[in-house]
Write a protein that binds this ligand. Structure first.
Ligand code: PPS
Ligand code: ADP
Length: 626
């Protein structure tokens, strides 16, 4: 088995580590200009297929004087990958000397474009393959646009099939000049032009005798010269939270350091929550302990105090905060067959975060034939445009910068399909002509508070089934109403009759249940109401998500009744059924309940009457809203 294929059989963690240290290279080019041939040739010539059966086929066809169809080689690698041998079908690792590279590739044109805006987003360098005989073609332009869009800094232009021009210096220089012009229109400057024949191996891994006039680096030399330097480590620290989990009573905040360096003892700010915490420990898997971690490393932080960030929260040093904006100017590459129009809403995936965004306006669209920016009502498939995105909440981000993962967003539709790439360029200013203001009308919170005589609030009651959440919520609602306060209750049982009737009690369903309740509570709070949410919401991370969605108006209220008491009450007979194994995942019996460690209000509900408990809640609300 060849090195390449063996490399694909590494276990996931080793493979990740290998890919982490590898320099990603993207190879692009118009169809038939020789991309697959080049990849096959490159793998062979750099001895990355030495023991493989594929290599044997190559050898024997060469011995017999038969031409090797290098692109078949790629197809045979593809077959291996389709059989599910690899974790990721789009990355072909290869080694040159002691340096690791990885070619970012995909089987079809469309997948390729997708990978360009997702998998390849971190590519350091690109090889743009141009048929020297045909010159730049339509896809050459499109791919060059993509290179600009994802900010690849090193572009090596391989003038392939130069043998068809007999490696004639004059003719090759003419093509070179026209490709230079094209790239210049896009603000791209290629680092190098290599006259080559991928099929015959000229100037790929060995210097061609057919182009004595060419003294520049051949392709492998040029690749070896691509800086692998981790320049991201010098930038301000950013770690998007991937996951938060508990292990032996310690909470770990896991993620990949995208930029900068973090050290034990640093004080970090947690996303838009605004809270800060100190780094107590930096944990790693299969790696020696070190008191600091830098860009590219996947780590888990233990924070002090034990705050609970949500997935998607950005961690940073308070004096190096990222941009924060709800209106964002973005470049977009559109993938969906159906054109994009202003007013459409999507989820913007940004590192580990997801935000609901609406395309407020299409500001300009790039015309591919002359590369000029034009006004247009829509963006067609594979089109490029500048747009203004509007989010329901402020998004924290670093504007797009070449060579980093900054600001690289992907738009996904309701079915989680990627419909476009959207590098975020920076906050967009309001100029009055935009169609959509999803931030919820122009009445601000203060105006509403003035007219209602009180501010809005969301009090989020969490506790076991039967703890008394609904009882306390309903009583408090009445009491608040009697005081002229606009209050309403969002109760788990009620929500599950309608809005959440498609959800059960798995962790994922409860997470979704909490998310929906939080989104509804947020809308109601924006109308100025006091919203009392009564939901078991058993997991701390889900409640942290609710806090994140709702923001500063959120209070966590722990309705604390012992499991024994709840089970004794068993008003709905559910505990008995759960004990009898008739209900799965029942909170407190067969599913966890993580009690809040620092609730904003702690009601020891089984130590007082329902009336007294409701009064405690009412007093808390009154303090918060006046
Ligand atoms: N498996 C299981 N676990 C917990 N609860 C269950 C389950 N199956 C049904 N029920 C009934 O559903 C009510 C809880 O719904 P919630 O929406 O509050 O739950 S959660 O926040 O999504 O965990 C809960 O109502 P309350 O007793 O008012 O809390 C139960 O009556
Ligand atoms: N001190 C108390 N506080 C709240 N509820 C109580 C109390 N003592 C008894 N109960 C009863 O316990 C049951 C709690 O049910 P419920 O409010 O539906 O809880 P949850 O919504 O948390 O599942 C109700 O029948 C309620 O009358």
């Amino acid at each position: 088995m060849s090195d390449t294929l063996t490399a694909t059989r590494l276990d996931a963690a080793d493979r990740e580590a290998l890919l982490d240290s590898a320099t990603p290279i993207v190879i692009v080019g118009h169809v038939d200009h020789g991309k697959s041939t080049l990849i096959g040739r490159l793998l062979y010539d750099t001895d990355n297929l030495q023991d493989g059966k594929v290599a044997q086929i190559v050898e024997s066809s060469k011995k017999r004087g038969l031409a090797v169809e290098w692109s078949f080689l790629l197809d045979s690698l593809q077959i291996e990958r389709d059989q599910g041998v690899t974790v990721d079908s789009t990355r072909i690792p290869f080694r040159m000397g002691n340096r690791q590279f990885v070619i970012v590739d995909a089987p079809g044109h469309r997948q390729f474009l997708r990978n360009m805006i997702t998998g390849a987003a971190d590519a350091e360098a690109a090889v743009l393959v141009v048929d020297a005989n045909e010159g730049a073609q339509e896809q050459t332009r499109r791919h060059a646009m993509l290179l600009r869009l994802i900010g690849i800094r090193h572009i090596i232009v391989l003038l392939n099939k130069a043998d068809l021009l007999n490696f004639d210096e004059q003719k090759i220089k003419t093509v070179e000049a026209s490709v230079t012009d094209l790239l210049a229109q896009l603000g791209l400057t290629p680092s190098l032009f290599v006259p080559a024949s991928a099929r015959d191996g000229d100037n790929i891994a060995s210097r061609s005798e057919r182009s004595p006039w060419y003294t520049g680096p051949i392709l492998t030399e040029a690749l070896a010269a691509v800086p692998s330097g981790n320049t991201r480590a010098a930038l301000p620290f950013r770690m998007p939270v991937q996951d938060v989990y508990r292990f032996e009573d310690v909470r770990y905040v896991a993620g990949r350091v995208e930029r900068g360096v973090v050290r034990v003892g640093d004080t970090l700010q947690i996303g838009t929550q605004g809270s800060t915490a100190r780094v107590k420990e930096i944990a790693r898997w299969h790696a020696a302990e070190r008191p600091e971690a830098e860009a590219g490393e996947s780590i888990a932080l233990v924070l002090e105090p034990d705050v609970i960030p949500a997935r998607g929260d950005l961690l940073f040093l308070p004096h190096e905060a990222p941009e924060k904006a709800a209106r964002i100017h973005a470049h977009i590459f559109w993938l969906r067959q159906e054109p994009l129009r202003a007013g459409e809403s999507f989820r913007l995936r940004l590192a580990t975060a997801e935000h609901q965004v609406t395309v407020a306006s299409i500001d300009s669209v790039m015309r591919l034939d002359d590369l000029t920016e034009q006004k247009a009502e829509e963006v067609g498939p594979e089109g490029f445009a500048q747009v203004t995105l509007v989010a329901g909440e402020a998004i924290q981000f670093d504007p797009f910068a070449p060579g980093t993962s900054d600001g690289r967003g992907v738009l996904v539709d309701r079915n989680q399909r990627i419909v476009g790439g959207a590098p975020l360029l920076g906050p967009a200013t309001l100029d009055g002509k935009h169609a959509i203001h999803p931030s919820g009308g122009e009445l601000d919170a203060q105006e509403r508070a003035r007219s209602k005589g009180h501010a809005a609030r969301v009090v989020w009651l969490t506790g076991l089934s039967g703890a008394g959440k609904s009882t306390i919520a309903r009583l408090a609602e009445k009491k608040l109403f009697a005081r002229g306060i606009n209050a309403c209750v969002l109760d788990g049982d009620t929500l599950r009759m309608g809005l959440c009737s498609d959800l059960g009690f798995t962790e994922a369903d409860r997470h979704e249940n909490v998310r929906r309740a939080a989104e509804v509570a947020k809308i109601l709070a924006h109308t100025g109401q006091v919203v009392i949410v009564a939901l078991i919401s058993p997991l701390a991370a889900d409640r942290a998500l609710a806090r994140k969605i709702i923001g500063a108006e959120f209070d966590e209220v722990f309705v604390d009744t012992s499991l024994g008491t709840c089970e004794q009450r068993d008003a709905k007979g559910l505990y008995q059924a759960a004990r009898a194994g008739k209900i799965e995942n029942f909170t407190g019996i067969s599913a966890p309940y993580e009690a809040p460690t620092k609730p904003d209000l702690h009601i020891q509900a089984d130590k007082a009457t329902p009336e007294q408990n409701a009064d405690a809640l009412v007093n808390h609300v009154l303090n918060a809203i006046h």
